[in-house]
Design a protein around this ligand. Structure first.
Ligand code: NAD
Length: 455
């Protein structure tokens, strides 16, 4: 936010992680939470949600000072969403049933759904509370113990959340937080022989390592939520092009583009290309970028100097490869210090340009023109990723064809971004293999056990 040191954190080593995992295992095995009545677990999860709501302002300010997200967005997307997630899974706790199998009459086949045991959760810095809650709430709801490793540059709100969990009555040892470096604490957690399931949100490079760590240790299940290079496809027949331009600008520039589902590739039908880019650039250029704690700021800070330099490197490479800068392209020097960047629009981006293919995770939009549905789908799918997409059209048949044709975990139609706990979020291709949110997420935290009983 201002580039200055805010606090210091413990740098957990492998022994610290082992102690946390052992505490989680003890808590799981003695049943203090894993065998608590569902109604009791439900009560505690609701209480956690209550406390998050009561202290939402304090929690949000802490998180914003740590990671730089604009306050107005963080209040809703971090504290607000985390409380909602705890409530959603609190309500699910006592609605998870086993099955009676349709066997022959002399046998009873029961399918129990049991907590997996110790869950390792590793999360990124862009929305630590929201993403942390997506993992913690269903893991705890189903009776597991958890060891959580927050990101180096965004640990504080999750440490505070752990305090709230204890205050709400979550028994000791059920939730353990280890702060520190990914390459040390994260690696130790992923290599642990006593972690049963690893749930992760972050980059593809780290995701790959986690799969290796699993193979090298106890073959723990690994669920990955990775990055994206999500296409936002605008057709000339969109019902309201001005609205499409405004929403598409926010679809990439909120939280300075540090959003996994950011619509970072704009595909525009050639006949409206110039007008649409002009409208979007007008909206983007009017966004107030600055101090995330200033309520007038619509876009906050870049998380770190490394991240800012990476963003600027993408712009330099893109122009060297033939793209043109229609808006922004540079650093903003704020009087507060810290790292800020102009919303940046690059046009004429060819599919072989690095900025078309690789995730920037910053406020950089790559624009490419297309002709017709087929080319739109081909360009949309010309990526290793498959997290999110958007389609703007007034033609219902075309909307359905695009939803079917684009390989992504979520396709927004005539909007971009936005969803709630009732629907899953997850990717296909190299965007990941697991889903957060919705009742589907619960399966990650449960094992199936069959009882085969001769009558
Ligand atoms: P990252 O992979 O660098 O770090 C994520 C977490 O992994 C951090 O806690 C880090 O400490 C840890 N880590 C790093 N190296 C590790 C290792 N060797 N072993 C174990 N843990 C390790 O990612 P990031 O820069 O924090 O986050 C940005 C990425 O996250 C982007 O690619 C973004 O798209 C993705 N993301 C995805 C979603 C989603 O839901 N799909 C949501 C938000 C962010």
């Amino acid at each position: 936010m201002d580039g200055a040191a805010f606090t210091t954190l413990e740098r957990a080593n492998a022994q610290d992680v082992d102690r946390a995992v052992a505490a989680a295992r003890r808590a799981f095995d003695d049943g203090r939470w894993s065998r608590a009545a569902p109604a009791e677990r439900k009560r505690v999860l609701h209480r956690i949600a209550d406390i998050i709501e009561e202290r939402a302002l304090e929690l949000t300010v802490l998180g914003v000072r740590d990671n730089g997200t604009e306050f107005n967005m963080a209040l809703k997307a971090e504290a607000g969403s985390a409380a909602g997630t705890f409530r959603y899974y609190a309500e699910a706790v006592d609605k998870i049933y086993g099955e009676v199998a349709p066997t022959a009459e002399d046998v009873l086949g029961l399918v129990h759904r049991e907590p997996v045991g110790v869950v390792g959760a590793i999360v990124p810095w862009n929305f630590p509370l929201m993403i942390g809650a997506w993992k913690l709430a269903p893991a705890l709801a189903t009776g597991n113990s958890v060891v959580l490793k927050p990101a180096e540059t965004a640990s504080l709100s999750l440490l505070k959340l752990a305090e709230y969990c204890m205050e709400a009555g979550l028994p000791d040892g059920v939730l353990n937080v280890v702060t520190g470096q990914g390459s040390v604490a994260g690696e130790a957690l992923a290599l642990s022989m006593d972690v049963d399931v690893l749930v992760f949100t972050g980059s593809g490079a780290t995701g790959r390592r986690l799969l290796e760590y699993s193979a090298r240790s106890n073959l723990k299940r690994v669920y990955l939520e990775l990055g994206g290079k999500s296409p936002n496809v605008v057709f000339a027949d969109a019902p309201d092009l001005e609205k499409a331009a405004a929403v598409s600008a926010m679809g990439i520039f909120r939280n300075s583009g540090q959003v996994c589902v950011a619509g970072s590739r704009l595909l525009v039908e050639r006949s409206i290309h110039d007008d649409f880019v002009a409208a979007l650039s007008r909206h983007a250029g009017a966004l107030r970028v600055g101090d995330p704690l200033d309520l007038g700021s619509q876009v906050g800070a870049i998380n770190s100097l490394d991240q800012l330099e990476g963003n600027l490197g993408f712009v330099a490479d893109a122009t060297a490869q033939g793209a043109e800068i229609a808006l922004g392209g540079g650093r903003i020097l704020e009087s507060t210090g810290g790292y800020y960047m102009e919303p940046t629009v690059l046009t004429g981006v060819a599919p072989d340009n690095r900025v078309f293919r690789e995730e920037v995770f910053g406020p950089v939009l790559a624009v490419t023109a297309f002709d017709g549905d087929e080319e739109a789908i081909a360009l949309a799918n010309a990526t290793d990723y498959g997290l999110a997409a958007g389609v703007w059209t007034g033609n219902l048949g075309r909307a359905h064809r695009m939803v079917r044709g684009i390989r992504a975990g979520i396709v927004h139609v005539n909007t971009y971004g936005g969803s709630d706990n009732t629907v899953p979020l997850g990717g296909v291709k190299q965007s990941g293999n697991g889903h957060d949110k919705s009742l589907h997420a619960i399966d990650k935290y449960l094992d199936l056990k069959t009882a085969w009983i001769q009558l």
